[in-house]
Design a protein around this ligand. Structure first.
Ligand SMILES: [Zn+2]
Length: 277
């Protein structure tokens, strides 16, 4: 029997925020590794994950082609399908296309508006949905449907770890609106509904940076709590991969956030995979 597959991204979750959080439920899948994303922001990073590549370990003394080859071979064990290789993904280089060919129902439930269903990422998906709330993993879990006679693939993009690092019921009114980080789509709303006066963006001081970093860690613990519910919903033959799409800067060298930043901390990500033990 082929395994179901969940590929879960904690958006913007920095490696140390995850490493410092208590995650007893996620740890049931395996231990978290330090890895590196191929991209420093949401869309290109998800594009790479959707072609079937995982965050890398930055190995030295080896050709890139070898690294890709070994990375793609891992799909065999994850999916319980023998003899998978990089060749099986050529020429389309698409994980959802590959899975559809193997009889999977392909689904995406995403939190970040930049990943919405009208983007180039929505290819070879049977179902692709931008969640109403951009930080509600609990609602995502409520929307999972597994079929008896067909394996399922789910891309789940989780927003509680993205700025402004809030969970349902919390408000971000006391935090600045940051254009390009959580601003662009809200600005579009303003154009349509005539929005209020724009608050001027101000940069955070180091105390605020520390508080934001700590809130990201706390939200990882909140998400870990929801994994208990997730494990009750997913069938036992499900391979689960959890990772961040990129890291986040909290004041190092004058940077905040991610995207147009060249810094190790924006590429450093956590990576956990396995089946529920
Ligand atoms: Zn992201």
């Amino acid at each position: 029997m082929k395994n179901n597959l969940l590929l879960i991204t904690f958006d913007s979750c920095r490696f140390d925020s995850f490493a410092q959080a208590k995650t007893p439920n996620i740890s049931r899948l395996g231990s978290a590794e330090r890895r590196y994303s191929y991209a420093s922001w949401t869309v290109p990073s998800h594009a790479v994950y959707l072609l079937g590549a995982s965050p890398h370990t930055s190995p030295k003394g080896v050709f890139a082609s070898e690294v890709y080859k070994n990375d793609f071979k891992k799909w065999g064990g994850r999916l319980n399908i023998p003899d998978i290789s990089f060749k099986g993904f050529v020429p389309r280089l698409s994980l959802p296309a590959f899975l559809k060919e193997h009889g999977y129902k392909t689904n995406a439930l995403v939190s970040m508006p930049v990943l919405n269903q009208t983007t180039i990422l929505n290819n070879h998906f049977d179902r692709y949905q931008l969640m109403k709330c951009h930080h509600d993993f609990n609602a995502i879990i409520d929307n999972l449907i597994f079929e008896k006679d067909k394996p399922s693939f789910y891309l789940l993009n989780v927003g509680e770890t993205h700025y402004p690092y809030i969970i349902p019921g919390e408000s971000a009114d006391d935090l600045p609106r940051i254009s390009g980080v959580h601003g662009v789509f809200k600005h579009m709303d303003d154009l349509v509904v005539g929005g209020g006066e724009e608050k001027e963006d101000r940069f955070f001081d180091m105390d605020q940076m520390r508080a934001l970093h700590d809130k990201q860690r706390k939200n990882v613990e909140y998400l870990d709590g929801l994994f208990e519910k997730l494990y009750e919903v997913v069938p036992p033959n499900t391979h689960i991969m959890v990772m961040s799409d990129h890291g986040e800067l909290f004041g190092e060298e004058g940077y905040f956030g991610h995207g147009p930043i060249v810094h190790e901390k924006v590429l450093e990500v956590f990576f956990v995979e396995g089946r529920i033990k």
